[in-house]
Write a new protein. Structure first.
Length: 232
């Protein structure tokens, strides 16, 4: 689920134009989101600076940005650690996301053009092919593209900005869901229903379908976290 060495996932042209602090921020953020830096792991600046081959000053700048985003948190003794995970937080994240995506899809259903609808159908086709072929990486990618394009159609920049911040945190939780426990056919059915209501410009039904889809995802993630807690 988008795991792997982040160094090889950064566009090499982009690296040349990044500041050292930006470079450190991008790598550390990716490592937190994918679990390479585990929840509640202590942040050891000297070790990280050595691993990234950078000085402590840009590293601290990167860590400050991650602290603002609440991906790292400060302990009472002043030391930093990777933010913990919790059932309470995951419920809050998905609930807020469901409400915001409901607003966004409602606006997209009203505003969409025929050309935009064609692009949404392309994403849906690729999503469906990925589900049929059982390619989880593509299911995640094209599902994400489908949602992101709905954001774009809506034109609601404030909601979009907040959603991308939420989705960073949500990504941390999704990785706890084993592939075998992800009901891809159900997800496909839910996305097809959302597309149908966008096609019909039925903003109320699109909103309801989107909110239901997000809350169903919450149930899957929450169940996986509860099972993980029991196993530990």
């Amino acid at each position: 689920m988008e795991e792997g060495d982040f160094l090889f996932s950064i566009d090499r042209h982009s690296i040349k134009h990044m500041s050292t602090a930006d470079y450190a921020y991008q790598i550390l953020k990716k490592n937190i989101l994918t679990g390479k830096l585990a929840p509640e792991a202590l942040i050891v600046e000297e070790q990280l600076a050595s691993e990234l081959d950078i000085s402590r000053t840009p590293l601290r700048e990167a860590l400050q940005r991650l602290e603002i985003e609440e991906l790292v948190v400060r302990r009472p003794n002043g030391r930093l650690k990777v933010a913990p995970i919790s059932i309470k937080e995951v419920k809050e994240l998905f609930t807020i996301r469901s409400l915001l995506e409901g607003i966004v899809v409602s606006q997209a259903a009203q505003k969409r053009t025929d050309e935009q609808l064609k692009q949404l159908r392309r994403y849906m086709f690729m999503f469906e092919e990925a589900v049929i072929n059982g390619v989880t990486e593509d299911v995640l990618y094209f599902g994400g593209q489908f949602h992101a394009y709905i954001y774009e159609i809506s034109g609601n920049q404030t909601a979009i900005k907040i959603l991308y911040q939420l989705n960073d945190h949500i990504h941390r939780y999704r990785r706890f869901v084993p592939e075998r426990e992800t009901p891809q056919q159900n997800s496909l059915d839910e996305h097809q229903a959302i597309l149908k209501y966008i096609e019909e410009k039925d903003s109320d039904q699109a909103k309801e379908a989107m909110e239901e889809h997000i809350m169903n995802s919450l149930t899957i993630v929450k169940n996986s976290l509860e099972q993980r807690s029991e196993d530990e």
